[in-house]
Design a protein around this ligand. Sequence first.
Ligand SMILES: Cc1cc2nc3c(=O)[nH]c(=O)nc-3n(C[C@H](O)[C@H](O)[C@H](O)COP(=O)(O)OP(=O)(O)OC[C@H]3O[C@@H](n4cnc5c(N)ncnc54)[C@H](O)[C@@H]3O)c2cc1C
Length: 426
Amino acid sequence: MRLPSRDAQVVADVDVCVVGGGPAGLGAALAAARQGATVCLLERHGFLGGNFTAASVGAVCGLYVGTGDGGFDFVTRGVAREVADALQAAGRAVGPVPFEGTAVLLYVPWAAKRLFDHLVTAEERITLFLHALVADVVVDEGRVEAVVVATKRGPQAVRARSFVDASGDADLVAFAGGTTTTGDVRQYASMQFVLQHVGNADLSALKPAIAQYGGHLSRDGGALIPTFRPGEYIGAMTRVRAPDGSPLDVTRLDHATFGELEGRRLAEEAAAFVIEHVPGFEQAFLADTAPTLGVRETRRVGGEYVLTGDDVSGLARFPDAVAAGAWPREYHTEGRSTRYVHLPEGGYYQVPLRALRPAGLPNVWVAGRCISADTDALASVRVMGPSMALGQAAGTAAMLESRDEGAANVQASLREQGAFLGEEHA
Ligand SMILES: Cc1cc2nc3c(=O)[nH]c(=O)nc-3n(C[C@H](O)[C@H](O)[C@H](O)COP(=O)(O)OP(=O)(O)OC[C@H]3O[C@@H](n4cnc5c(N)ncnc54)[C@H](O)[C@@H]3O)c2cc1C
């Protein structure tokens, strides 16, 4: 069906428009605004954070790298470290907690939701629109001129000189006709859930209990993550598959709908199992599922450079590096299991700016879990520490571009902002 053309009111006209207010979009909007750009941040939900809050993931991965003496240092600094420090200072996060040879920061999703409100509204140059689903773009002579937002008043437009696609699903790039891929092998989605009124929990009993009694569960492991609020744990124990067993593609309405319903069913099943089989959970109850299904992977952008799994495992160095990452390649792709491919101890890889530039779209940058990366690189770089760092890089690049300054200054600006890009290059 061909839609009739219509007029749209322009509700903001800014230097940088950021699509999506998840970890990547937050990094981008804060960086661009703090360096002097006017910014419009568009988020389809009624709150910020993306998977950080909407999927209640409960642990920030990819913040740390081992120091070789059993300790950890930040490998993603800048906005990522600012968020970690703020949550810890408020007593709402605990870390580094050793995990899989590296470490994580455990946090309270509610606290993150409020922190993001404060961080964004503290920046006068950011115009924030919530309940703002970007549903189309206007392209003029190869450049994106505006995004079209679906609102209760019909389509409205946001015009900008430069754009950051931080939608997680590469929506902006896809609408603009850029190259995107949805791999045949991709990460399964999960529905997190919250258990409350937990007693003295014996978490070591979870895995053996699943091995003995949990053959019907959607995962053979997963985790019960303490939020450190009394008696509260986040259940990370589901694998949500499409009806034919394949990974969901939530850019399809039928898959998005099925995923939410199936995710709640699997969360209820897993919660009942924990209550029955894990000591300390006898009096617990399922308080709720996460606000939305947690989606790990859909479309990825085809960019000027494609980050590969070999780059990640080989600790690649790039002259145009804009972020560093040290998380293992973590696969939610096989059967009921999760598989980790560890990086060499204490090592980190770099991500080049070219992996944030969608091919053929001169005024668009991309950040977060839809950057230009293959499945194996994405298995590492998609987590929230690097997503915030990549957002900061993309926001900085977009800010400089909106001033007609070249990408050459991105690294210098990021260093001034306290980001860690890895060692200096000759
Ligand atoms: C169940 C689950 C568990 C995970 N566990 C961890 C973990 O323990 N630690 C960790 O670090 N990472 C974890 N991850 C991975 C991590 O959460 C994501 O990869 C990360 O959030 C990616 O950040 P992002 O900003 O690119 O995307 P997202 O977090 O997906 O954010 C995208 C944002 O854009 C918005 N948006 C999307 N489309 C539009 C549109 N068209 N218009 C307007 N807004 C739009 C969304 O609402 C969302 O707020 C997990 C992921 C899942 C799903």
